[in-house]
Design a protein around this ligand. Sequence first.
Ligand code: GLU
Length: 263
Amino acid sequence: MKNIKKIVVKVGTSTITHPTGLLDLNRMESIVRQLVNIHNQDIQIVLVSSGAIGAGMGKLGLKKRPKTIPEKQSIAAVGQGILLHMYEKLFSEYGKTIAQILLTKDDIDHQTRFFNARNTCLTLIDKHVIPIVNENDAVAVDEIKVGDNDTLSALVAKLIGADLLIILSDIDGLYDCNPKEYDEACLIHYVDRITPQLEAMAGNPGSILGTGGMVTKINAAKIATSAGASMIIANGSIYNVINSILEGEEIGTLFDADCKILK
Ligand code: GLU
């Protein structure tokens, strides 16, 4: 981890919200503090944060995810403001400036828009601003959706030419079988090839995938490593997790930047 200069950190909804949907301030505070500490060491950072829909549901007192698209989108619009307000408060307490970037698939797929988004991100980073990215859920419908923030974070890693993508989740990493079902399940610490076997393991409904969303994480690993970035999946509830990863501690599952993708 010595030569890491530019990182993308992705935090999932379950990492920064309580089951009520309201924000987990202790967790957010801890993540922000770690990011600031890393930024202070001259490492460039982009944060990809989920939680807009969760926070919107919490604020509006909704217990169930609504079904219709306009309802989901309006909830995301409420929640995105809440999310950014809290990040603004926390980062500014540590003297940092943040910026909000909301992307859709079109911004990644079309060359001109890709370069526009890239230039904006890189300009902000150069100005020591920390961009906070989410999907533009309020307007993104299926046809123009990336769909999940694991994939989005890998696309952002590619967009800015990051060295490392850290995905913080509510699971410890990739297991060889579902740890909730099998006591003997082993955490895989290091992946240097993504094989059809590994993908099938992740995609098996009886495996960790069903609960932890490992399919989207393996997809993210393919995008990130193809773009030359290493990727780590780790549990966001581990104390000081981001700093420990950058200090070289063996935490979670590391996908090597030179990872081979076998078909
Ligand atoms: N963009 C969604 C949100 O902010 C999250 C999508 C995801 O977690 O993959 O609620």
